[in-house]
Each structure stands twice: as C-alpha cells, then as structure tokens.
Design a protein around this ligand. Structure first.
Ligand code: FES
Length: 191
C-alpha cells in the first residue's frame, strides 16, 4: 500500500518537474522578447512547442505575463490554424484546402483519410495516434496539393500517396491503427 502511494507521489513529482521545465522554456521566450506584447505569437509558438497544445491555464499565464487581456490572447490562439487548444495526436496531417490545393484533389485526400481513420478534420483517433486537420492556403501553392505531416511540408501528393505515407508512419510508431468508426476524441478545429 505504502509502495503504491510512494509510486504515485513520485509520478506526480515527475509530472510537476516536466511542467516546470516546459514552463521555463516559455519564461525564457518571454524574457528574450522582453515581455513585449507584440511578441505574443512567438511566445505562443514556444508554449505550444513545449506543451504540445495551448490549454486555458497556459493562455492565462501568457496573458498575465504580457499584461494582455485574456480575450485578446484567446482570439489570437483561435484565429491561427497552427495553434491548437486541444491535445494533438502522436502524428498529425494538415491538408491545405486553399483554392490551388482544392482543385488538385485536396478534398479527395481529406475524404480518403476520413474514411480510413474514421475521424473528421479537427479530430484525433481514439488511441491518440493520429490527428487530421485542414488549413487555408499554406503559401506553397506551386506544390499543390500541399500537406504538412508531422511538421514536414509535402507537395504534389495524391490521395493514394498520402495514405501510403501515413500508413508507413503510423506502422513505424508501433501503435495499432484504429478501425474507422472507433470512438473519437473531439479536438478544436484549427482551420
Ligand atoms: S492553396 Fe494550398 S498552398 Fe496555397
């Protein structure tokens, strides 16, 4: 019994240390930009990289540190598609649905991924392995259709080549790929 309590305390303290270390990164960014309010986007980027997503406490913290209204910080965090207010999957794919990409089958890519993984854009598979999102023009129209997979920009993909790549990535992470129609964890739409 005592052993279980000690293990729980140890795990809680480990979580706390990780949170502190990640918060240090945010603090460093705040200091680097001398707490200037117009550095909000850069600070939010750092916060998201450190924590994986921007939860409410983190947005409140940033708002207080920059002395900005929380509504302003929320507005910025929800306006830009690259910020997420909910946890992302272990792997993620953002499909550009801007005009140039749309006419080059971007919607077909999204439809195929939706049916393969049983999630809509803005959602994560139940096992947390994969998130699907769409975005407005990503600024690389010459490469249409454009995707961002785990942070890497891919161009001139087809629905089939996209699915093949994702299957490979998910298989290599050694997690079971869920069946279409499995339970869903809703995630904020970011596009
Ligand atoms: S429309 Fe997709 S990159 Fe511009």
């Amino acid at each position: 019994m005592l052993g279980a309590v000690a293990r729980r305390n140890e795990a809680a303290s480990r979580d706390q240390n990780q949170t502190d270390a990640r918060l240090n990164l945010v603090d460093r960014a705040l200091k680097r930009f001398q707490f200037q309010q117009d550095a909000l986007i850069e600070v939010l980027h750092t916060a998201q990289e450190a924590f994986g997503f921007l939860d409410e406490d983190l947005l409140i913290y940033v708002a207080r540190q920059l002395k900005l209204p929380l509504s302003w910080v929320f507005g910025v965090a929800t306006f830009y598609h690259f910020f997420s207010l909910k946890p992302q999957g272990e792997h993620n794919c953002i499909v550009c649905m801007g005009t140039a990409c749309y006419v080059k089958r971007a919607a077909e890519i999204v439809a195929l991924l939706q049916s393969e993984y049983g999630i809509e854009p803005g959602q994560t598979t139940d096992d947390g392995a994969f998130s699907l999102a769409t975005a407005r023009c990503l600024g690389s129209c010459g490469l249409a259709p454009v995707l961002v997979v785990d942070g890497e920009v891919l161009g001139r993909e087809t629905p089939e080549s996209t699915l093949a790549k994702l299957k490979q990535i998910l298989a290599s992470s050694q997690r079971p790929v869920p069946d279409a129609g499995s339970g869903l964890r809703l995630q904020e739409a970011t596009a």
